[in-house]
Every structure is written in structure tokens, then in C-alpha cells.
Design a binder for this molecule. Sequence first.
Ligand code: PBG
Ligand code: ZN
Length: 326
Amino acid sequence: MEFPTYRPRRLRRTETLRAMVRETVLDPGDLIYPLFVKPGTGRRDEVASMPGVFQLSLDQLPAEIDELKSLGIPAVILFGLPESKDEAGSGAYDREGIVQNAIRAIKAHDEDFFVITDVCMCEYTSHGHCGILDDTGCVMNDVTLEMLADAALSHAEAGADMVAPSDMMDGRVAAIRGLLDREGYTDVPVMAYSAKYASAYYGPFRDAADSAPAFGDRRAYQMDPGNAEEALREVALDIAEGADIVMVKPALAYMDIIRRVKDEFGYPTAAYNVSGEYAMVKAAAEKGWIDEKRVVLETLAGFRRAGADLVLTYHAKDAARWLAEG
Ligand code: PBG
Ligand code: ZN
């Protein structure tokens, strides 16, 4: 069919019609909200570079979970700010650590709320790298695997519903899956940060989680932004090692990777709409330069259209509210 018989504008005339033929519809049920947890009581400290995002002490969690639930957001991913840090990142696998206690606090309040944990070392190491260092300051891969697996196990023991390794060590999904299975946690899925790039977009997160590397950067373990074929190999490895959900991170500059991963593997795919992406939108909106609601909903729909089944986003609560308003 061609013009003038076919006129695409016919289906764009009214909102009713546009909604009827819309291919991708956003649902708060596909969003995951990142939460930063810290020691203390009565703490609700806003992150300077992420307006509207707070570091919360554990007593704040019940109200936060109730709010998320009322908005239709089913899950959180937890990041911890420990009391103290050391070379070995021992807070990551401390059975009484901040994330382990946060999981128990959430589950005590609402057993059904879905709790995902970020599994990494960088929030717990004094040097801020995602693993254990050798004398040259290089992250040792295989030694780190044991600690990541133990951290994941400690989360499962505390009641986590899913674990999400974000370190980019080789072999970590197999190490985590193996230990969880040996310890009886065969039903705890692994959501792997499979294609995680060494990105400038993580800047505000490192303020939020106090996890900036003390020296150097993460380019020796996170992916080079120029690579796409390598992302597919990373995803293939994680799937072979037992990942249940694969993730692309960041999202906005890597929409092509989301699409290729979804097409190639057909696996449940998550996209992480990261801190810098959030901060840019908030800053422009504060200046009155963009319509935040429309920009956010358009971007989130873009991730879904690109092939993401799930979106991790700091805008989850805003988006859910705007979707409810219509
Ligand atoms: C820890 C981790 C990071 C993010 C999620 N998990 C930071 C990093 O790798 O430096 C980034 C999240 C964001 O920017 O929103 N490895
Ligand atoms: Zn890390």
C-alpha cells in the first residue's frame, strides 16, 4: 500500500487511537529502583549530584518499601555504604554487614517485596576497586571470585531474592552460581551485569555509594566503550555460566547493544539507566530547559523498545507517578 491509499497519519488522529496501536507501553512493574543503605538512624541524606535520591538508614526502609509498592514498583537493588572499609573489602561478605541487615529489615517488614543485591567489592574496599589488588595495584581476578561468591551467599542467606554481580571479573557468574547451588540456594537467580562499560556516566553513583577508586580507573576490568562484538561474547559467557538475566550498562549510549543482545540471545534482558543519565535529566529539568516528565517517559520507552525487559532506574518513582497520572 502506498500514498494516497496508505496514510499513516490516519492512526495518529486521537489519543485513543494512538494508545490502541502503540507497540511499547511502559509499566512500573518492569522497573527496578536502586537504594543506597547506610548505618545510623533517622538518616535520609540526599546525594548532591542526584537530586531526589537519598542514602537511607535501615529504619527508613519500611516507609520506602511501602511507597514503592503503592506505586507498583516490584523490586529494589541494594547498594551498601559500610561503617568502615579495608583492603580486603570484608564488609561485602560480613554476615552483619549493611546490605545483609538491610535485606533482613525489608523482609521483616514485607516478605513479598523483591530484593535484589548488587554484588561487588568497590563499596567495601579502602582503595575503591572492584576486587582485591596485587602489589602493582592490579585487581586479581581469581582471588576476587571467592569473595564475590561469598558476598552473594551472604546476601542469599539474609533473604535476597536475586543477586547481581557488577564487578566484571572473568568467571564470576560460575563462581557465584556454584557456591549458591552447593549451599542450597538453587532458586536464587543471578542477574549479571554482563556488558558493563567503563563509563563516565557512573560519576554521580560514586558520590552516592562513596566508591570512587582512590587511584586509577576501572578500564582494566570494565568494557571499552568502542566494543560491541565483545559485549556479545561477554553475554554468551555469562549465559553459559548460568546467568538468568543479562544486563547492559549504561543504557542510553548503548541502545544498540541492548537490541543486539536481545536479538542474539532472546534472554531476559535488563538495562541500567545509570546515575549520570539521571543527573543530566535532573539538571536540565531544574534549569527549565526540558520537560522532565516527557523526556523520562520517552527515554524509558526507548529502552523497552530497544529490547530491555527490565529497566533499573533512579527515575522509577517519578515515572510510576507520571504513568499513574496519565
Ligand atoms: C559497582 C557499581 C557501579 C554502578 C553499579 N554498580 C559503579 C561502578 O562500576 O563504578 C554504577 C551505577 C550508576 O552509575 O548508576 N561496581
Ligand atoms: Zn564495583
